[in-house]
Design a protein around this ligand. Structure first.
Ligand code: FES
Ligand code: FES
Length: 161
């Protein structure tokens, strides 16, 4: 067992974990932050994307012990301080960027990382960035549209689906 301490959504947390415990399991099982989802066991789906020290990371690909000392952000910390949806979350709602919602936390966290790095991405850049996020429902069109809208881009030229 190893002692780990990290900051999650601005709060200091610590725990005792087995060396093999994945970060996603530490978040979901020990911290009860179940907004970070597990959609595969092959590191393909992206439902588990969180930010570690500002970078988008699939939390199923990292041991909790590796995040010792890190600054972690999850979907639970993304809303505005008053509890309202942040600009990306609101854009997903406005542009129907989700259906069942299972992939949505990972999509929103990936989108946030993309827009941090590239505040004005092209449609192609968004589609390329989301290569590691799988959605079983929407066909991606409205997800891309939502991210473009969150970036302040005109999406009227993108046909509705
Ligand atoms: S659960 Fe991490 S990529 Fe699917
Ligand atoms: S909205 Fe259902 S998996 Fe993406």
């Amino acid at each position: 067992m190893a002692q780990v301490s990290m900051t999650v959504n601005g709060k200091a947390v610590s725990g005792e974990v087995e060396g093999r415990m994945l970060l996603v399991n530490f978040l979901r099982e020990d911290l009860k932050l179940t907004g970070t989802h597990v959609g595969c066991d092959t590191s393909q789906c992206g439902a588990c994307v969180v930010h570690v020290n500002g970078e988008a990371v699939k939390a199923c690909t990292m041991f909790a012990a590796e995040a010792d000392g890190a600054d972690v952000a999850t979907i639970e910390g993304q809303a505005n301080a008053d509890g309202s949806l942040n600009v990306i979350q609101q854009a997903f709602q406005d542009h129907h960027g989700l259906q069942c919602g299972f992939c949505t936390p990972g999509m929103v966290m990936s989108a946030a990382a993309l827009l941090n790095d590239n505040p004005n991405p092209t449609e192609h850049e968004i589609r390329a960035y989301l290569e590691g996020n799988i959605c079983r429902c929407t066909g991606y069109h409205n997800i891309v549209k939502a991210i473009m809208a969150a970036a302040g881009q005109d999406v009227t030229s993108i046909a509705a689906e």
